[in-house]
Ligand binder design. Structure first.
Ligand SMILES: [Zn+2]
Length: 219
């Protein structure tokens, strides 16, 4: 998961209370969530939904509440449903959502699972961890386009991009310029707009040297 800031005012179409997923809402949510699903961090997924963070259950004030509208892929949206309606909020500026759950990437392209660990003794964090565990580790058939195995493969691809940069950085014959370039590329990979940034950030945090050099870029 990644934090984001909802600085903008409610898009105009919400005022009419006819449609909660008008094009202005969708476009503004794409900006706020960097075109990523707020749960699995897949960038530009095949199928994306405007989701109610807290289910509206017919309540109009929740249904058209700008603060309650999030961007999620269909697969995560389906998995979340009612069972996970009290998870940590990535728009909460008080909470560091990526540090709340440790994300460990797959170490091979076809790994059977990824590891997720709650880092705070908090029921919301644990519920969110369980949701992410289901998202990343279950191969159920809600949406075959982004099955669990496909998703883990995409996380691995991103992790592999990081490994390239780590190898470049620690290459015994790397020049200062090459090391600097690798660090700049790692900054891109850990940016909250990048796919699966929580997995990549935790890898960097685990490295004594890179963690110190790059922790300042994990806003
Ligand atoms: Zn998703």
């Amino acid at each position: 998961m990644f934090n984001t800031v909802r600085a903008s005012a409610a898009p105009a179409s919400l005022a009419a209370k006819q449609k909660y997923d008008g094009s202005d809402v969708y476009l503004e949510l794409c900006n706020i969530f960097f075109n990523k699903c707020y749960i699995c961090e897949t960038k530009e997924p095949h199928d994306i939904n405007v989701e109610h963070f807290r289910p509206h259950k017919g309540d109009e004030s929740k249904k058209f509440d700008w603060q309650n509208l999030y961007l999620a892929c269909s697969r995560c949206n389906n998995i979340k449903l009612v069972e996970f309606d009290d998870i940590i909020d990535c728009c909460d500026i008080e909470l560091d959502v990526f540090r709340a759950i440790r994300h460990v990437p797959p170490i091979t392209p076809y790994a059977k699972s990824v590891q997720l660990l709650s880092m705070l003794p908090n029921p919301k964090v644990e519920l969110s961890r369980r949701l992410l565990d289901r998202v990343y580790n279950s191969d159920h058939t809600v949406n075959k386009k982004v099955s669990g195995a496909f998703l883990r493969r995409k996380i691995f691809d991103q992790y592999n991009l990081l490994l390239d940069q780590i190898n470049n950085y620690y290459n015994p014959v790397a020049t200062d310029m090459e090391k600097e370039l690798s660090l700049e590329r790692m900054q891109k990979l850990i940016h909250r707009s990048a796919p699966y940034s929580a997995f990549i950030r935790w890898c960097i945090l685990d490295d004594m040297e890179l963690g110190e050099l790059l922790v300042g870029y994990m806003d």
